[in-house]
Write a protein that binds this ligand. Sequence first.
Ligand SMILES: Cc1ncc(COP(=O)(O)O)c(C=O)c1O
Length: 326
Amino acid sequence: MTPKSGSFGKFGNLTILPPERDSFEKEIDRIIEAGTREHPLHVIDLDDVVRKHLNWLRTMPRITPFYAVKCNDDPAILATLARLGTGFDCASEPEIRSILELGVEPERILFAHPIKSLPALAFARSHGIRRMTFDNEFELEKVAKEYPDAELVLRIRHDAGRAFIPLGKKFGCNPRGEGLRLMDRAQELGVKVIGVSFHVGCGSLDADCFYHAIESVRVVFDYAQSKLGTRLELVDIGGGFPGDSDKPIQAYAEAVQRGLQEFFPNPEEVTVIAEPGRYYVGSAVTLLSTIQGKKVIYDDQSGERKRLTRSSTSSMMGCLGRCLTG
Ligand SMILES: Cc1ncc(COP(=O)(O)O)c(C=O)c1O
């Protein structure tokens, strides 16, 4: 059902709340008071997603966000972002499928997993999703064979000094060593590399690392130009931006702008994209889950109470957002 403007109330899964500041919190209280529930529930403030997007456009107007679908693939969030015109970072075939079903053009999708299964690669090919990341030779050879007209993005490693979830041990290659060898190998195989990406780690507490990561991207661009005669055109600054409403992204944006101004001063030369995930959904999503039981752990020697554990429903695992339990 389409909500009429100016009316409040429930419209399917969507509840239009009055514009008071605390109406979202009151709605959550109302759901909790309605009683315990068997399954956990996401309560999503879609206005918050829109506000985050407007803030992104204000703070980093040169950078197109490709929302990282893995962070929260709720259809309402995806549909909202699709209407707002963001791109999407998809890490698997089901993620790509859910974005295509929204009518999003393949050019707005980046297949951002450096290791892709053969069926996923075939699916991407059959749907015209050409842009995808890689960070190793095996993947390069796989893509050369299975999808020779793909447009590859080399994922380099650049870790934040401090991050909630560092990703560098698993993904990315050295931009001054292995990365350059991979660029040579791509040329030998006749695979097109169009740009360079990095991810400094989720929940990065080190804004300045974006500046240095962009400096490393420049190293690869220069190598491609001077040694291989290729002009790269895409810079992907990944995710890592905070998503809580009390943690602004200004310091991050400032480091990014400084890096771009210094190493890519000509906006005509490159397209810059990012893969924010938590930034868009961290403060917008509240998880409600019923505590099914509690267990007190006692110290064996002293008999003193050591800690309290709470058990909730198992399908809570992997949910991202604020957690409220009751
Ligand atoms: C490749 C990639 N891009 C983007 C993201 C989203 O990161 P964040 O939530 O820190 O913005 C992740 C998170 O794991 C990721 O692995």
